[in-house]
Design a protein around this ligand. Structure first.
Ligand SMILES: Cc1ncc(COP(=O)(O)O)c(C=O)c1O
Length: 354
């Protein structure tokens, strides 16, 4: 098996990770399985930058996006979404579908947020949470959490919820230091496992809020997750094999060292961007800082449709890259270095593109 897929999730999975998941089933509440849950916690807490436990949910990350707004918005209060790409927009849509009154500051894709606008909307009052995507996978842009957090700290009722799906384990997320209230991600991006498991850390302040929000249901209820994770118990029958895989990946990540891992992702991502920009591709946006896990490029003039180009690349080389998400479909390519451990794993793709 060799790496052939370079899309921004799901990521190629190394054979050793499949082996770690290929275990005989045991009872999911047995001491043996509970110890697997426990073994994920140190690594996950370090990656999220928190001392709080990290919930494991057998949902994709969308499940935890929905959980955040179902747990934290009180009746007659509003949720405020800031979006500058597809996944920020999607989160606002989820809130609407959950019946919440949504304030939506929709910035152009790839543009940083105007902090004055954020402040003026927060000043309208009656807002229970601000939801924001850290690394916008549709554009490869990073939103600056420390600046947003500074603004939100002036509004004690507003919880700050962060989708870290495309940054988690590839760049620092300082949940406790920045007073983030929810940090959520999935395992099929930087952690490089098959999809189907999401992770979510919730501040004590957010948990206190959840306690007074009615109709949270069961499966996505933060209070239920808290109770179970304190005992290293799953909330229901979980995706056990993925949890064994996560335990294996956390062991590897902790052994490498988290700072070393962040440096490595940054270097590989810089190499990717240098290589493609030298060949006439341009970054889709240079206005925001870039994620360390992927890059989004507009094509040279000779390429008019990136769907067509990506299809031909796949037919001639077997390599799969992404040809744009949502309204950027056919206009850009996105290449991911998620789960890549060394520049040499990218070189064959770069040569194929050349
Ligand atoms: C930033 C971001 N948020 C949320 C999601 C949704 O994740 P999932 O498909 O795992 O539910 C994705 C998926 O690519 C994403 O990139």
């Amino acid at each position: 098996m060799s790496r052939n897929i370079f899309i921004p999730g799901p990521t190629w999975v190394e054979p050793a990770a499949y082996q770690a998941m290929a275990r005989e089933i045991v009872p999911h509440r047995s001491p043996e399985f509970r110890s697997a849950i426990t073994s994920t916690q140190n690594g996950l807490k370090s990656l999220a930058g928190t001392v709080r436990p990290v919930y494991l949910s057998t949902t994709s990350s969308t499940g935890m996006m929905e959980a955040a707004v179902r747990n934290l918005i009180r009746p007659n209060k509003k949720v405020f979404h800031c979006s500058n790409g597809a996944f920020g927009e999607k989160w606002a849509d989820i809130s609407k579908r959950c019946g919440h009154e949504v304030l939506h500051y929709q910035e152009k894709w790839g543009q940083p947020f105007d902090e004055e606008i954020i402040l003026s909307i927060l000043n309208q009052g009656n807002i229970d949470a601000l939801c924001i995507v850290h690394a916008e996978t549709s554009t490869a842009c990073i939103n600056d959490l420390s600046r947003i957090s500074k603004i939100v700290q002036n509004f004690p009722d507003v919880l700050l919820c962060v989708d870290a799906v495309s940054s988690f384990s590839m760049q620092a997320i300082e949940m406790d230091r920045l007073q983030l209230d929810v940090v959520l991600a999935g395992v099929q991006k930087g952690i490089a496992l098959p999809p189907g498991l999401s992770i979510c850390a919730v501040s004590q302040k957010a948990l206190d809020r959840a306690n007074v929000v009615p109709n949270r249901g069961f499966y996505l209820d933060f209070c239920e997750h808290e109770k179970q994770i304190q005992e290293s118990m799953p909330i229901s029958t979980p995706a056990m094999n993925l949890i064994w895989g996560l335990s294996y990946r956390m062991e590897q990540i902790v052994a490498e060292g988290i700072e070393a891992r962040y440096d490595r992702h940054k270097q590989i991502n810089e190499y990717l961007v240098d290589q493609l920009t030298n060949k006439g591709w341009n970054l889709f946006s240079e206005m925001c800082p870039r994620t360390a896990g992927l890059a989004c490029f507009t094509p040279p003039n000779t390429i008019t449709d990136t769907c067509d180009w990506a299809r031909k690349l796949k037919e001639s080389t077997g390599y799969v890259v992404d040809s744009g998400y949502g309204k950027l479909k056919g206009k850009v390519i996105r290449i991911s270095n998620m789960g890549i451990s060394d520049i040499s794993e990218l070189t064959p793709l770069i040569e194929a593109i050349n």
